[in-house]
Design a protein around this ligand. Structure first.
Ligand SMILES: Cn1cc(C(=O)NCCN)ccc1=O
Length: 118
């Protein structure tokens, strides 16, 4: 995704920008299904259907452990956030509470990351 993203000049601030963007995701009113890992014991079928679970708290952990000098962190961040929304679409009906929350969050993310990172 580094290639796809317009090579914008100042990638020094990208880690800080990812943290800002993640904070906006976490405080969004529709973020509640995505804040913590899905409880694999409480949600029947989730473990079988979703091969790579992801959630905002896990992304925050990964960001906290990532080094600015490892330039892959930006791609990893974008891929992980999209994984949250792709998992949600796979497991939930579009016309459901969680399904709608996922679509709303993806729309919000796409807009904000374009504004902040491209
Ligand atoms: C993202 N997602 C979340 C849940 C869930 O139950 N989250 C707990 C909310 N308190 C179930 C399915 C799913 O795809």
């Amino acid at each position: 995704c580094a290639k796809k993203a317009k090579p914008h000049k100042d990638d020094k601030k990208d880690l800080a920008t990812c943290r800002v963007l993640l904070a906006e995701l976490e405080t969004h009113q529709d973020a509640w299904p995505f804040l913590k890992p899905v409880d694999l014991k409480a949600v029947p079928g989730y473990r079988k259907v979703i091969k790579k679970p992801m959630d905002f708290s896990t992304i925050r952990e990964k960001l906290n452990n990532s080094q600015q000098n490892n330039e892959l962190f930006l791609c990893t961040f974008i891929i992980d956030v999209n994984l949250v929304f792709d998992n949600c679409e796979r497991f939930n009906e579009d016309d459901s509470e969680i399904g709608r929350a996922g679509h709303n969050m993806r729309r919000f993310f796409d807009k904000r990351w374009t504004e902040l990172l491209q």
